[in-house]
Design a protein around this ligand. Sequence first.
Ligand SMILES: O=C[C@H](O)[C@H](O)COP(=O)(O)O
Ligand SMILES: C=C(OP(=O)(O)O)C(=O)O
Ligand SMILES: [Mn+2]
Length: 449
Amino acid sequence: MTVNAELHAGGNTWRSLPAAQQPDWPDQEALRDVIAELESYPPLVFAGECDQLRQRLGAVARGEAFLLQGGDCAEAFDAVGADQIRNKLKTLLQMGAVLTYAGSVPVVKVGRIAGQYSKPRSKPTETRDGVTLPTYRGDSVNGFAFTPEARTPDPQRLKRMYHASAATLNLVRAFTTGGYADLRQVHAWNQDFVKSSPSGQRYEALAREIDRALNFMNACGVDPEEFKTVEFFSSHEALVLDYESALTRVDSRTGDLYDVSGHMVWIGERTRQLDGAHLEFASKIRNPIGVKLGPTTTAEDALTLIERLDPEREPGRLTFITRMGADKIREKLPELVEKVTASGAQVAWICDPMHGNTFEAASGHKTRRFDDVLDEVKGFFEVHKGLGTHPGGIHVELTGDDVTECVGGGDEIFVDDLHQRYETACDPRLNRSQSLDLAFLVAEMYRDQ
Ligand SMILES: O=C[C@H](O)[C@H](O)COP(=O)(O)O
Ligand SMILES: C=C(OP(=O)(O)O)C(=O)O
Ligand SMILES: [Mn+2]
């Protein structure tokens, strides 16, 4: 065994198991070359940072902190620009400020960012005007354009995914540690936004209160430099296992394996088969792991996932991201939470109120109603309140741009508006105003809890 093969062997045990939702790469030799090249690239994140996030998520699991996880459904290579990244980050920071201040809880901030390039799909092909082509599976696999060339999976795209992730993460690190995310900038994040939107105005009032609180702390002698940087982590769905395992490395400190493509990775609803490759891969790495749980999840499934992914029962290792749908959450979630709690496991429970609430509008746009999103979060809080467990956070698809992809919100988007700025490459995202609305409403729910 070569050194490289030895290093990567532990991260490759998934290869003998069925892997759902993998691209049909036409050229296996080209794929092998790409994997070898990716294996030689430097890590995007440091194992110690993944440990730090695991500790933060441990606090979430224990009921001491709240997780805000959000970003695009699918990042796109042509959206790796300063404005778009900054807008997204700004939105997450504003939501974080609202939740921290109005919800009075420490907020762990994790982006669906710098690696969210691969998509599981419900159908393998798409047909338009009698022409059938492979479905779009994310920029890491094929192109969005409906042409045979674009839709043919190309492994070279995995390298572009790495470079796009690196560029994004670099800017995110600069923003979060270089002064832009300084809490004393709460007003600046809102500047281009205040006048035009009700949520912007509400935010401005809150930012004034935060200012007063900071001045007070300053007067009490708290070092203002304390507020200069913000902890921010990256996450994405670990879907294309050739990519994730090529970026899996042995931590020189401990000998453990880490997927260094992002701080946290999650397994999607379509790839969480108990005997499948995704679960096997995730069981071998030390990163904090998320698993999406849809309405067909049984309590036995959840307990098996815990057994496989968190045998040591370490708070912060495993996050269950439920995505039941507003009409099912109150019926489906209680049994899962009850049985998992009774087993003694301490997972973090997070609500994804997006993926169970998608529908197609008459215009053909895939969309979601803000009220359904809100209702699922409400149901999530009700269930946890009823059981005396901790509603640990939210996982949302959002963008910092003023898109028209989801309907409703304080600055209401109507079904007839959807065509105006419908820019997502996959699922509909909350725009900035809708994201802030949600943060205010969730902060109220948290406080009332
Ligand atoms: O983001 C999630 C999935 O990729 C998406 O919901 C699947 O949607 P589809 O039914 O359009 O394939
Ligand atoms: C595919 C996604 O979700 P799920 O696995 O819950 O369907 C997603 O988060 O974009
Ligand atoms: Mn999605």
